[in-house]
Design a binder for this molecule. Structure first.
Ligand code: FE
Ligand code: FE
Ligand code: ZN
Length: 274
């Protein structure tokens, strides 16, 4: 059975997100660790966290995915911005241990003119500072569209981040279908080829999660505008191939499509029907 869910609002609390995921027909979900533009997170309600853990066990949930604020930039030119990324990630990861053995996803960042190699070096610095030996969370680098000076739109760049991180057994990849399509990887007409390339460059074992999003733009556009499943340039047939592919079908999938809850429920049902 497909492990699928969608992005939910964390303001309702942990257990309620679990209940909402079930109501939508899913068995996992994604949430922002705090306001997506950054800022202070609420104190962890441990009772609520434990209720979610119980609900997840009882209902056979796949791992849930916490998403870092998307404004974090661990490879900024500005030292204070990098320090903020470090502090936020360190705090998020410490809090994730109240929901042990789940996953935390972040955007590698934008090098803002310093060049890809400098960007990668700075990202590795932050990762080397925030990871620790007996943490239980898997930290995922998200594949990016390559908008502006984003790092992580090429598999080779993600490989270098992994190689530059000491505790890289804690690292995995979250593949965003819209992002890699916009980044030029043709998952619509050459899914096998893209996955072979992923395996050759990064290793397919590193692939831990999928963000399922159609794209408003075309292959290689480097834009990053998500579309509802089947209504964009990737198209429904490609999504059927993706969620049924032997290398992908057991991975947890998270929808980040432009939808209200009823739209998410429809997309979850549709993808489960394949
Ligand atoms: Fe993301
Ligand atoms: Fe994404
Ligand atoms: Zn996106």
């Amino acid at each position: 059975m497909l492990n699928i869910g969608c992005h939910l609002s964390v303001s309702q609390g942990f257990e309620n997100m679990g209940k909402q995921a079930l109501e939508l027909g899913g068995n996992t979900f994604q949430f922002f660790t705090r306001n997506p533009r950054g800022g202070k997170a609420k104190d962890i309600d441990t009772e609520d966290a434990n209720k979610l853990i119980k609900l997840m066990k009882e209902n056979n949930f796949a791992k849930i995915l916490a998403h870092a604020p998307y404004t974090l930039n661990p490879c900024s030119k500005d030292e204070r911005t990098r320090q903020f990324a470090f502090e936020t990630m360190a705090d998020d990861l410490r809090r994730m241990e109240y929901l042990p053995n789940n996953m935390y996803n972040f955007h590698p960042g934008s090098h803002v003119g310093q060049g890809i190699d400098k960007g990668i070096e700075l990202i590795c610095e932050v990762l080397n500072d925030v990871l620790w030996d007996d943490m239980t969370t898997t930290v995922l680098l998200e594949t990016m569209a390559g908008k502006g000076s984003e790092v992580g739109s090429r598999f080779e760049e993600l490989r270098k981040i992994i190689d530059g991180t000491e505790l890289n057994d804690k690292l995995g990849i979250c593949l965003d279908t819209c992002h890699i399509f916009d980044g030029g990887y043709d998952i619509k007409d050459n899914l096998d080829g893209v996955l072979e390339e992923f395996d050759r460059v990064i290793g397919i074992d590193r692939l831990k999660a999928l963000h399922l999003n159609d794209s408003k733009n075309t292959l290689g556009s480097r834009k990053d505008r998500h579309e509802k499943i089947g209504e964009g340039n990737i198209g429904l047939e490609a999504f059927e191939r993706i969620v049924t592919h032997t290398a992908l079908k057991d991975l947890p999938c998270y929808l980040e499509t432009p939808n209200e809850l009823d739209g998410y429920a429809r997309e979850i049902a549709l993808l489960k029907s394949f």
